[in-house]
Design a protein around this ligand. Structure first.
Ligand code: PLP
Length: 342
């Protein structure tokens, strides 16, 4: 595909083997029965990657680490919440590529029990050899990271600071590539996806996919995103800006407006990282019907939105729906108390 030439000039460090599989959710369709309204369901398995437990942040890290290395950096400082999947995968990617890694983990979620603070992603961060800074509530992660970067510079190193979720325009390019993958897989399968359902956290995956679809000539409003971090009012303009920054970085003339992005706030519940009953049900439903793992912060809420939109008719009966599975299952261990009733 000629569009791939667009990406080949950017520095990139290979961390995964694409394309990730697309699979039909046959058993889930059976379990839903007439409630599925004749809708066909597929999953794009972006949770299935060989490094560090996998997940959507590896696509971004391919380009972020490419950028860091091309700028001569020897250390990555990644910012995230305590149970950040981005931090975990940055640590794994640094181990693989021989870079130093420091993680600045902020208290973004009101959960201070032992399993949240030390198990799940945090445990893996340690196993991947990252230096971890767990901040206390109210500390500014950006300021802390910049201070660490100056200290590293004073001792002769050079740090690359990777912001929340790795969602700079460069990081988002990973999902432009994913949009091209989906376009190719859809053509090979002879199935047109009417809806592509995703979570929107820091918005980078949505922005990259939307930009990629625009470039591939597909209407980006087919993406149905469920915000899990910011309210819709701020999520929509922020994602529009990110999408346009990606198109600009790739020297494309197309631009998107608010009407091109479909974002729902119905699954946000009490806010980022706060469990909802819909999320708990969705994680259980996909686990019992397909033996597949969602995560409690992103995929669980987006999948709850998908199930609700399928049953309510908000997704047109008979549609072909693709759910992008983004990984994050280590987070399940940090939410054990919320997921299973004793
Ligand atoms: C970060 C993350 C997302 C959301 O991606 P953004 O680019 O931040 O919107 C979705 N799922 C998982 C598992 C994630 O870690």
């Amino acid at each position: 595909m000629a569009d791939l030439d667009l990406l080949s000039s950017l520095p990139r460090e290979r961390l995964m083997q694409g394309p990730t599989p697309v699979q039909r959710l046959n058993r889930l369709e059976q379990v839903l029965g007439s409630r599925r309204n004749g809708i066909s369901l597929w999953a794009k398995r972006d949770d299935l990657m060989e490094l560090g437990g996998g997940g959507n942040k590896l696509r971004k890290l391919e380009f972020l680490i490419g950028q860091a290395k091309s700028e001569g950096c020897d250390t990555i400082i990644a910012i995230g919440g305590v149970q950040s999947n981005f931090a975990r995968l940055a640590a794994a990617a640094c181990a693989r590529t021989g870079l130093g890694c420091e993680l600045v983990l902020a208290q973004m979620v009101p959960r201070d029990n032992e399993i949240y603070q030390a198990n799940g992603n945090v445990l893996l961060d340690r196993l991947f050899g990252a230096r971890i800074h767990i901040l206390t509530k109210g500390d500014d992660a950006g300021v802390f990271a910049m201070r660490r970067a100056s200290e590293i510079a004073r001792s002769g190193g050079k740090a690359f600071v990777a912001t929340l979720g790795g969602s700079t325009a460069v990081g988002c390019i990973g999902y432009v590539d994913c949009a091209f993958e989906i376009a190719t897989q859809s053509a090979d399968m002879g199935v047109e996806f009417d809806r592509i359902v995703i979570p929107n956290g820091s918005g980078g995956m949505h922005a990259g996919l939307a930009a990629g679809m625009v470039i591939a000539g597909i209407d980006p409003s087919r993406i149905m995103a469920h915000t899990v971090l910011s309210p819709v009012d701020t999520c929509v303009p922020a994602t529009v800006d990110k999408t346009n920054a990606v198109l600009e970085l790739l020297s494309r003339n197309e631009r998107v407006e608010r009407k091109h992005l479909t974002i729902s706030g119905t699954q946000l519940g009490g806010g980022y990282g706060i469990p909802t009953t819909g999320m708990v049900d969705a994680v259980g439903t996909l686990g019992r019907s397909e033996g597949l793992l969602l995560d409690p912060v992103y995929g669980g809420k987006a999948f709850a939105g998908l199930l609700s939109d399928v049953e309510s008719g908000a997704i047109a009966p008979g549609s072909n729906v693709l759910f992008v599975m983004t990984g994050g299952s280590p987070g399940l261990y940090a939410y054990a108390d919320a997921l299973v009733s004793k």
